[in-house]
Write a protein that binds this ligand. Sequence first.
Ligand code: NAP
Length: 277
Amino acid sequence: MTAARTVTFPSGTSVPALGQGTWHMGDRRADRAEELATLRRGLDLGMTLIDTAEMYGSGASEELVGEAIRGRRDEVFLVSKVLPSNAGRNDTVDACRASMRRLGTDRIDLYLLHWRGGVPLAETVEALEGLVRDGSIGGWGVSNLDVDDLDELPSGAALETNQILYNLTRRGPEYDLFDWCRARSVPVMAYSPLEQGRLGEHGALDSVARAHGVTPLQVALAWVLRHDDVIAIPKASTVAHVEDNHAALGLHLTDDDLRALDDAFPAPVRKRPLEIL
Ligand code: NAP
């Protein structure tokens, strides 16, 4: 069984619409076996985009991912991120090499600036484009950049994605950021699509979930995935959770469901600054 739905980046590369997040994975030795089994089960299910970052566990997440994909590198679309403090001209290259070492690979498929810091965006973009040219990364993108920051990117920059906080309780990007990205055919990568699990306790999802015989979190995930140009990267650290998340791909929300969810979680009617977790 595979996650059949895909999303295509401006470069033409297609990836599964449903990937796997890894923040806080690799932090605890006792959880390692289950976390490895979970990531590998996700790969078996076609959730072959894996998102990590040098920040996560100070490299522990990248090391876990490296172990999970050993012998399966060619199946995987690897996303990692450089810290803003490492996003200078030379530091970006060093950070990328260190991430590749931890991941056990000689190539990161998509490398993102984790958030904007003190280094000028143009300098980071130049470094990222150098990494594309030398084959270290397949493409580059950004994360946590609102529209005003995106407007500052050098014109013609080969931006592949903007990874942002987006879920039922964080609909601000629908006001303007989605439009910015769509105008450039840049897919959005939605992080914390389950609001870190908190949407599971939100009563407003219960009736839709009951009607479909699914969990509230599966409704929350299907809601993010209703866009055909949005990639969702929920994090699961148990096999049962990754299987549930995969099953959300098959959940079709009706117009009535979407109206009920709009009533409970209204779409933005004015600009809201991009939120960050
Ligand atoms: P999330 O994916 O919204 O939620 C993860 C939480 O939901 C975990 O507690 C997980 O529990 C639980 N969960 C997952 N699937 C479940 C299921 N089917 N049933 C019940 N509980 C379930 O939150 P997130 O980890 O913050 O975001 C996802 C990924 O996005 C991160 O891991 C990271 O890769 C990325 N991210 C990026 C940024 C950025 O600044 N670019 C910021 C935040 C996150 P278990 O762990 O017990 O399975």
